[in-house]
Design a protein around this ligand. Sequence first.
Ligand SMILES: [Zn+2]
Length: 383
Amino acid sequence: MTGADGRGRRRGRRAGPALAFALAAIAAACGTGVDEVSLDEPVPTLFPSTVPGGEAEAPVDPGSTVVSPDGGLDEDSAPVVAPLDHDGRARVLLLPAGVTVPVLAALDDGSVEVRGPCGNRVRLDATATAGAVSVDAAHLVVDPAHGGADPGVVGPDGIGEADQNLELARLLVDALAARGVEAVPTRTADVDLAVEARVAVAAALDAPLVVIGHHTADPGAPDAVRGPDPGVEVWYRTGDAASRRLGGLVHEELAAALAALGGPWWHDDEAGVVHRLNQRAEDLRRPLALADGPAVVVEVAAWGDADEARRLATGEARARIADAVAAGVARWLGSDDPGSGYRDLQPEVVEAPALVTPCVDVLAGLAAPAGAPSDANDGTDRP
Ligand SMILES: [Zn+2]
């Protein structure tokens, strides 16, 4: 395990996944916030593993640019990621309920107003925020796609994309922390989370967004072939060079890692570093349409194929995927490497329906009673 600043290791505690250490370190560095986690106390596990095999040891990743043959980080070749400035202002809260929420206002009575997981404005009192971790800055926001009522494609053994993504995100946050990259997840539990709310976390921190990962799910498509080349798709925000290079570096690392795991893999004509607009001339992938800063959507492989999904659902495969994505992000932050895998898709317009997705607010039972006049009006009310 690795604490973001090493203090967790010095204290020698065993208190849950590395994320807990990383989050506690962020909170400690922030100096302010709501009910911070203290490193003097056992750190609560805010990001538990929820899938079979999730606690497997991270393997050596020979394909990574920054992992040495003995499995440790290679300090000489690792990109140097500039540390963040921490000003101590709580911009988002990681709540024990399993969602990360932007802080809209801190009120005089000790409560806070946040943007809830369904996009609504919610007031939480001190009881509701007990155990939360406040974060003032992050290099990256990691968004495990799907969750709650939306399991995504359900693969072998009943594991949905949502569960696989959550585990990948947990491992990714840890792998990033090992590279000096402070990352914040949008959710740490199987809960509903509107796309707008996910993107709002990145906006609140002014941080890039990596969505991980939808999984190409249509091995029966006419253009799909099965072979040795992984069908990794990394979608980037149209017109944004930073998003494109981030996509190229993540793709380069992830495609190499999957190839090293061994195929065959489903591969279709959207494989590569790609972007595409819908009929409304918005990015086809909704998080990219809503984001303002660098953003990519990583589609790892074909969860819809039982054989492929079963190979991806092991602890080793998950750790390698997470490590590869972390390596790509670290190179994006710490080098001028160009990345690879860029493809120009045909300018086909893909019809995307205007989605109205039901959202169950996991915070509904925690919200402070309505009716008390709010003294905060920052003009960021319901979207
Ligand atoms: Zn998906």
